[in-house]
Design a protein around this ligand. Structure first.
Ligand code: AMP
Ligand code: ZN
Length: 664
């Protein structure tokens, strides 16, 4: 037999043994035999580099070093899930769905794995790329690290689609988490807080050999792509299993909400016996055509709902309270706690949010308090154990002056938060604005972190975000811990930031109440900073999801002269102050009209169609009602078409008729 055939045979054989062991949980050879074969293959590959294969099983042991993980834009956005915390929430959700669909619905229930989500691209049956969720729009490419996870197939079996992304969760089983921590304790290293963070931390290690040593596991639950042959979530799960993926067999097809509730009840107790952590159950509408009808909100699918199990509580002592000053001057009281273990995490701090919360809890220094981990990362104090309160304890007086600059704090009518009004000189506010501007979701200057921002500020080089663009390398070089390379990186990052799209710049300049989503909507509606500056309160409030509070805050920002100067300076430096050509409006042909697409479309994808509507001044809405002007019905249009016909005032168009409307 020639060398190449031998190598190929060994690879096939090892892939099959891997599958038997990690997916089927049914090994047919001993670990020793497996290692012998692996060594044989490694030896052959070493002597015959001409037969290198990107997806050889020998790569499982790792060895590649990645210095920087490249950012990859997800071809299909990775959405979040809506959360529910009670049976009533779920029942409401079911009612909403039934109302929209007007037909019987089946559900698939799955465990909600608590790990790091991942999207893995397969092309022609081979693993191509693995990307973290990131912000849902883009993530980090960590392919060589993911390849070390034994249950992720490198090559597929069966009748798989040519190209698709499979998504799932990478988790660290409790046993492995404890093993790692006991090793760290022996070495005198700080212990890891919980399996989820350890899993995502492990995936970001530069040496894939180190990743391979941690026995990460991966559970997969969805496939996305173009023209996929699946009709339902259940069908997709079974197919994915046949391609060789590790698909949890805990998933269940339910024909009624009663069955869903029984599933939840079962796992609420049974989860304590699982080898890994779950934080709830995910309920999904089974049929893909029904999923299509239901669509998405800005953040999550309407056809899925997470049910979160009740959080565990822990009791501990409140040692002291510190006050943090945020970028906008908002003061947040933080409770310092006696460290306590809460559902596998060591908790030392808890947010107290504001003065009202402190008063409502009636919490005092020295109290024993109950802490709970909700949806947020920082746990919160939910209750005081009054039975053991010390008789000499005193009520907490909220601070009156800024802990950083001493300025007297203000609290506006109707707002819960205290503010330090000294925005020009209060250091954490200045630094906070700089940090916000360079952060990943804003101008994304990876080489300027918090420390560098402080350094630049302390040396009088940067006081506001426009100052970045006046920086010269010679000014940075003499600073502490700076070298030729790091100084150049800073200059490069600043230069690169001039390409960052307007919506992110808008988020980056830090107008109060203008978060990522609002910035996106503003950019979409107004297209340039001038238009936004000139927008009336009414025009602002007419944008979806923008209420009076946000609108006023935007106007306040632009009326301040120093902000006008700042914007002017940024513009002159070449920062993007308007949307790109492709985002600009094409016409106002559809102004004031609402549109909805249903059924399967052949001329364009739903996203393309919706974009056309927006580019021509129209508005997409998600349900059939009297407010709908046009329903564009593709093939197999179902309940929405019927409903629209029943209303009578909705105009029903074919795809071609719609195209004519925008091309006239
Ligand atoms: P959250 O982060 O609370 O918005 O929950 C959404 C995340 O849950 C998703 O991004 C997934 O990473 C994760 N997840 C865990 N298990 C599942 C599952 N079975 N189906 C869908 N998402 C899941
Ligand atoms: Zn201050």
């Amino acid at each position: 037999m020639d060398i190449q055939t031998k190598i190929n045979e060994l690879r096939e054989e090892l892939n099959q043994h891997n599958y038997n062991y990690y997916i089927l949980d049914n090994p047919v050879i001993s670990d020793f035999e497996f290692d012998q074969k692996l060594k044989e293959l490694q030896e052959l590959e070493k002597n015959h580099p001409e037969f290198y294969d990107l997806n050889s099983p020998t790569l499982r042991v790792g060895g590649t070093i990645t210095k920087n993980f490249p950012t990859i834009v997800h071809e299909y956005r990775m959405y979040s899930l809506d959360n529910s915390y009670s049976i009533e929430d779920l029942q409401d959700w079911e009612k909403r769905i039934e109302k929209t669909l007007d037909e019987k619905v089946e559900f698939v229930c799955e465990l909600k794995y608590d790990g790091a989500s991942i999207s893995i691209l397969y092309e022609n049956g081979q693993i191509k790329q693995a990307v973290t969720r990131g912000d849902g729009f883009q993530g980090d490419e960590i392919t060589s690290n993911v390849k070390t996870i034994q249950s992720v197939p490198l090559k597929l079996k069966g009748n798989y689609p040519e190209k698709f992304y499979i998504r799932g969760e990478i988790i660290l089983p409790f046993k492995e988490f404890n093993r790692i921590n006991s090793e760290r304790s022996e070495q005198g290293l700080e212990l890891y807080a919980n399996p989820r963070n350890t899993a995502s931390g492990s995936l970001k290690q530069q040496d894939s050999g180190e990743v391979a040593k941690r026995k990460l596991d991966c559970y997969l639950y969805t496939i996305v792509g173009n023209h996929l042959p699946f009709e339902s979530q259940w069908d997709m799960l079974q197919s994915a299993k046949s391609f060789g993926f590790k698909i949890p067999n805990t998933a269940k097809l339910c024909s009624s909400l009663e069955e869903v509730l029984a599933f939840i009840e079962h796992w609420d107790t049974e989860r304590k016996n699982l080898a890994f952590e779950i934080d709830g159950i995910v309920v999904k509408v089974n049929s893909f055509s029904q999923q299509q009808e239901l669509g998405f909100t800005a953040k999550s699918p309407r056809w899925a709902m997470a049910y979160k199990f009740k959080a565990e509580k822990a009791e501990t002592e409140l040692l002291s309270i510190s006050y943090q000053v945020g970028r906008t001057g908002a003061i947040t009281p933080v409770a310092n706690l006696k460290p306590v273990n809460l559902a596998g995490t060591i908790v030392k701090r808890a947010s107290l949010h504001n003065e009202d919360i402190i008063n409502k809890l009636d919490v005092r220094i020295g109290d024993m308090v109950y802490v709970e981990k909700g949806g947020e990362i920082i746990p919160k104090i939910v209750e005081v154990n009054f039975d053991v309160r010390q008789p000499d304890s005193i009520k907490i007086e909220f601070i009156q002056n800024c802990p950083e600059c001493g300025t007297e704090l203000i609290r506006k009518e109707g707002e819960a938060q205290h503010f330090c009004p000294n925005e020009d000189e209060c250091k954490p506010q200045i630094i906070g604005r700089l940090e916000h501007y360079v952060s990943r979701k804003a101008l994304d200057m990876a080489s300027i972190g918090g420390e560098t921002a402080v350094l630049l500020y302390d040396n009088g080089l940067v006081k506001d975000v426009a100052d970045f663009y006046d920086l010269k390398k010679e000014q940075i070089l003499p600073l502490d811990r700076m070298a030729e390379k790091s100084a150049q990186n800073i200059i490069d990052a600043i230069e690169e930031s001039k390409k960052i799209p307007f919506e992110k710049v808008l988020y980056g300049i830090g107008i109060r109440h203008v978060g990522e989503t609002v910035a996106k909507k503003l950019a979409k509606r107004f297209h340039s900073i001038e238009n936004l500056q000139n927008a009336s309160l009414e025009e602002l409030e007419n944008v979806e999801d923008i209420g009076g509070k946000i609108a006023i805050s935007i106007q306040e920002f632009f009326t301040k002269e120093k902000n006008q100067i700042l914007i002017e300076r940024l513009k002159n430096s070449g920062v993007q102050m308007e949307v790109g050509e492709s985002e600009k409006p094409l016409s106002n042909l559809l102004e004031g009209k609402t549109f909805l697409f249903t059924g399967s479309l052949t001329e364009f994808t739903r996203e393309e169609a919706q974009k056309l509507v927006e580019q021509n001044g129209g508005k997409n809405i998600s349900a059939v009602s009297k407010n709908l002007n046009y329903l564009i019905a593709g093939e197999k249009a179902g309940s929405k078409l019927k409903k629209a016909e029943a209303i009578g005032t909705v105009q029903i168009l074919t795809e071609m008729e719609f195209l004519k409307m925008v091309n006239s």
